[in-house]
Design a binder for this molecule. Structure first.
Ligand code: SAH
Ligand code: F3S
Length: 475
């Protein structure tokens, strides 16, 4: 009765929250299983950023709830952003859900599950439900470590598929890890539900973050991704600038100084955070990967203003140029919303132009989705769906061209790749370049966690293929 299946929707923050819930449940004696048909508890960790993400989770929950007819003790929980956004009102649409837990209460999940199970065991007549979406006082302290799962020998590792575990293979070392540094956002972009679902900005103490990174390094992690809704605002209320250097850049400096760590990434930043100190950091912090996710949203000054985004297209382009000056081989990705209320053909043309000028390697292009309770939902002049779709396609085509162009420049070059582990098929190994491109190549298990040179021999839109360029390395 203690098998838990967790399904995660949405962003990397949600992935990381699910990992943290899994770690807490394991510590409480629950088993985390990969087969959704063989679980006693199912937890859906949800996303609210666009309507489609919410509809997917609601559909799934409605379908899964039918299981309760056959197995009354089956427990279904909804966690995260949609739980926070819709609260107890979710029970109108989904009366069979047992547990609703908001974004500041993930750490309560084990207690709530214990209580639900105890009520069931005591033969509660009425269904027991728990809804916990309150704000957590002092919740910067609940942005906790969630160190990696360990195998019995105490080595950090990725859990192996059941057959490999049964055959006695040790867990493979985990090479990359997410570390949460802040949560919430106070920017109030007119389209965005995140300030409502994730609450006010809270930062985790810098010493604690550095300690977690250190421990991860001791367990074999080589690449850290610092996570938060607006990481560039990290610590702005808790720490002073020192010598013109922001708390976020101070944190990057400290992680850069850890001997075991080889690479640092972060997401999501805000363009406003790219002041001179952060741009200069790319020149002096050698572990900081040359890949920046810089959400543009729109290239029209008029729309940026309506969106409440505090920069102009000119300023945005300036940041891209400054970063390319410091790191000529910098890779960029972005977020774009097409069809924001009132977006005219001329506004979109401005976006298209800036999109082309920035020459992105990757982009997440979204059709505007009305989020009730946000300022943009009340704006007139909503853009018809077909127009959104057309604009979406135009940017997708440009992105494809960029990607082909970039691939062509990579063919035949040798790239530094961090070996992460076997690829999904278990045939080859996979890793990433500093520019965050996935590479598949033939290697040996003992190279996991090493930075190796790989010569790129073939490229598809999403994946590069290559050969180890190590003289004398047995493959
Ligand atoms: N900084 C945040 C952004 C969260 S939302 C983070 O990564 O944690 C991620 C992206 O979704 C935004 O950058 C925006 O491009 C898109 N998005 C947000 N609200 C949207 C909406 N109402 N409709 C369409 N796209 C949206
Ligand atoms: Fe959302 Fe804007 Fe913050 S996109 S997460 S309100 S920076």
């Amino acid at each position: 009765m203690n098998r838990v299946f967790i399904k995660t929707y949405g962003c990397q923050m949600n992935e990381r929250d699910s990992e943290a819930v899994a770690a807490m449940l394991r510590a409480r004696g629950y088993r985390i299983v990969q087969d959704e048909n063989a679980c006693d508890v199912m937890l859906l960790n949800t996303c609210s950023v666009r309507d489609m993400a919410e509809q997917k989770a609601i559909g799934k929950a409605g379908y899964v709830a039918q299981r309760k007819k056959r197995t009354p003790r089956f427990i279904l929980g909804i966690l995260g952003c949609m739980a926070q956004n819709r609260g107890a009102q979710l029970l109108d649409a989904l009366p069979d859900v047992d547990l609703i837990v908001g974004t500041q209460k993930f750490h309560q999940v084990p207690d709530h599950l214990d209580n639900l199970r105890a009520a069931q065991a005591a033969g509660a007549v009425l269904p027991t439900r728990i809804v916990d979406i309150a704000e957590e006082a002092g919740s910067q302290n609940t942005i906790k470590d969630h160190l990696l799962p360990q195998d019995e020998a105490g080595r950090a590792g990725t859990p192996l598929p059941a057959d490999a575990a049964a055959s006695g293979m040790a867990a493979l070392p985990q090479v990359t890890a997410f570390v949460s540094i802040q949560q919430g956002c106070n920017m109030d972009c007119a389209f965005c539900i995140v300030p409502k679902t994730r609450g006010d900005e809270r930062s985790r103490p810098m010493d604690e973050i550095v300690r977690e990174c250190e421990e991860l390094a001791d367990r074999g992690v080589r690449e850290i991704t610092l996570l938060g809704q607006i990481v560039t605002s990290y610590g702005r209320r808790d720490y002073q600038h020192t010598g013109g250097v922001s708390p976020f850049v101070q944190l990057l400096e400290r992680v850069n100084a850890l001997p075991g760590i080889q690479r640092i990434r972060f997401t999501s930043p805000h363009p406003r955070g790219f002041k001179d100190d952060l741009v200069a950091a790319y020149g002096r912090l050698e572990k900081l990967c040359g890949y920046v996710h810089l959400p543009m949203q729109s290239g029209s000054d008029r729309i940026l203003k309506l969106m409440n985004r505090p920069y102009s297209r000119e300023r945005y382009k300036q940041i891209v140029d400054d970063l390319r000056r410091v790191r000529p081989d910098m890779y960029f990705s972005t977020d774009i919303i097409v069809g924001f209320p009132g977006e005219t053909a001329e506004d979109f043309e401005q976006t298209r132009e800036l999109f082309e000028a920035c020459n992105y390697d990757m982009a997440y292009i979204f059709k505007y989705s009305v989020r009730s309770g946000t300022p943009a939902a009340a704006m007139g002049d909503q853009v018809p769906d077909e127009v959104k779709e057309e604009r979406n396609q135009i940017l997708l085509r440009l992105l494809e061209q960029n990607s082909d162009r970039r691939n062509a420049t990579l063919l035949g070059t040798t790239q530094e790749v961090l070996v992460e582990g076997p690829d999904k098929k278990g045939v080859q190994f996979m890793g990433r370049t500093r520019g965050n491109r996935i590479v598949h190549f033939t290697a040996h298990e003992r190279l996991i966690g090493e930075l190796v040179p790989v010569k790129i021999t073939r490229a598809s839109t999403a994946v590069l293929y290559g050969e180890l360029a190590l003289a004398g390395v047995e493959q």
